[in-house]
Design a protein around this ligand. Structure first.
Ligand code: GLN
Length: 455
């Protein structure tokens, strides 16, 4: 804990930690020491972790990197963080992210961008990815041993790939969403961001629980994931989805993908070609459903219930209060999503956009059901179409360019399956590249075991 606190103090440039809680950390580390002495240690006892700003931690600023939650200190604890503290983990502070987890570069943050500890060949600063950019940067730069992230459309896996770390998005319902500031409730899922697959197994076990406070929490016991890590994947069938071989896929990503398939084959798995025919509709469906749910979730930020209220002028009424508060409190990307979301949900367009996207979601789900029914145990794909890119890409006038980064990740959230990104190679400049494995529902144990082979 002391080593991490020192490293955090020296790491200001990375802008990964946005709220520091050293007193809390020292108190928790002391309690962990006592627990260890008493012979009562749990797997994470004494392990210093960072927490993405989107998780409510009692008494600690928790504002999902938004101005609208300035000054908000939750009165209660998210289930995930409570589970981590119960397991003995030590809280180092809150981590940078995109505002309300909307983004792929951590540039939509009220704190400014987090910075990737890896540098471009010409020395330029790179994005650590988003939205869990602070979590990924902190783990990669050894500011913490592990961090929490959330993944609505790739926000754990993509930053993991961009920083050479491991990121796991659990099955929808495996980890409680209670106390996690909502982006798109049918897609959001919290998970671990770690240095190794084994750490991800340990941390997932600590984060996951059956939670009566989240109606979508799955009523399934949490296995001891670490004990399932045998490295034996003989006889497993791994699918290579041909639709992920998109036009313009860079040669180095194709080569990385092949390398991953070879590693799994050498370990005794059978590699098969599969088809997920509706893949190309996933990105457009996601960018209808996610903003629709976001526009509804974000309606609660009205200047009354939480955080910040705009200064009002003489004669301003309640409508002006809402308008001014939301105009000042939400950044441009969040405002864009609220507009898209309310548009696709509005009476005249609901069927054409929102309902259509929901139907597409069902078709995509069936693609996976068919693949698994054919005996495939897991699916291997690239995590991202490129290595980490330079900061400043969000300044381009076309936000759709940024959305295209999520082409390989959003599908998994639409279908609620678990996925893990593992660093498998480098691009020509030595920057990390990741591959992801998708698993059967609630099959995180096998998924982690297969991921171990890719490490
Ligand atoms: N980049 C995607 C988005 O902006 C995914 C974000 C996430 O997973 N939270 O919506």
């Amino acid at each position: 804990t002391e080593a991490c606190l020192t490293a955090i103090d020296a790491s200001g440039k990375l802008n990964a930690f946005v709220h520091h809680t050293p007193d809390m950390a020292r108190g928790m580390a002391k309690a962990a020491d006592q627990r260890i002495k008493a012979g009562d240690a749990a797997p994470m006892t004494g392990i210093p972790v960072g927490i993405k700003d989107v998780f409510c931690v009692k008494g600690v600023p928790s504002q999902a990197a938004s101005r609208i939650l300035d000054g908000f200190r939750p009165e209660y604890e998210s289930t995930v963080t409570q589970n981590l503290w119960n397991a003995g983990a030590v809280m180092l502070g809150k981590l940078n992210q995109d505002e309300f987890a909307m983004g792929s570069a951590n540039e939509n943050s009220v704190y400014g961008p987090a910075i990737n500890p890896w540098k471009a060949a010409d020395g330029r600063d790179l994005t650590p990815g988003g939205s869990s950019g602070g979590s990924a940067a902190a783990v990669a730069a050894d500011l913490c041993l592990a961090a929490t992230g959330t993944d609505t459309g790739g926000s754990i896996r993509q930053p993991a790939a961009f920083t050479g770390t491991v990121g796991l998005k659990p099955s929808y319902g495996r980890v409680s969403r209670w106390g996690v500031i909502a982006y798109a409730s049918s897609l959001d899922q919290a998970g671990p961001m770690t240095k190794t697959v084994r750490d991800a197994a340990i941390m997932l076990g600590a984060m996951a629980s059956v939670d009566p406070q989240d109606s979508t929490s799955a009523d399934k016991p949490v296995p001891d994931y670490e004990s399932l890590l045998t490295g034996d994947i003989r006889g497993k069938k791994i699918g290579i989805p041909r639709e992920y071989r998109i036009d313009g896929l860079p040669e180095e990503i194709a080569a990385l993908w092949q390398k991953g398939a070879d590693m799994l084959r050498d370990a005794g798995a059978e590699i098969v070609d599969i088809s997920l025919p509706h893949t190309k509709y996933a990105l457009p469906a996601y960018y209808v459903i996610a903003p629709a749910e976001a526009s509804s979730n974000l309606a609660r930020y009205d200047g009354v219930r939480y955080g910040r209220r705009a200064k009002l002028g003489q004669g301003d009424g309640i409508v002006e209060m809402y308008e001014k508060t939301r105009a000042e409190g939400f950044g441009p990307e969040v405002q864009r999503r609220v507009m898209i979301g309310t548009y696709v949900l509005s009476a005249g367009f609901y069927d054409a956009y929102y309902n259509r996207a929901r139907k597409v979601r069902t078709l995509i789900k069936r693609d996976f059901e068919c693949a698994f029914a054919d005996g495939v145990d897991a699916i291997l794909a690239p995590t991202t179409p490129s290595a980490a890119f330079a900061l400043g890409a969000s300044d381009n006038a076309d936000p759709v360019q940024m959305y295209l980064n999520d082409v390989f990740t959003v599908t998994l959230n639409l279908v609620g399956l678990p996925g893990i990104s593992v660093p498998v190679g480098q691009d020509k400049n030595g920057l990390p590249l990741g591959l992801q494995l998708f698993g059967r529902p609630f099959d995180e144990g096998n998924l982690l075991n297969q991921a171990l082979v890719l490490e």
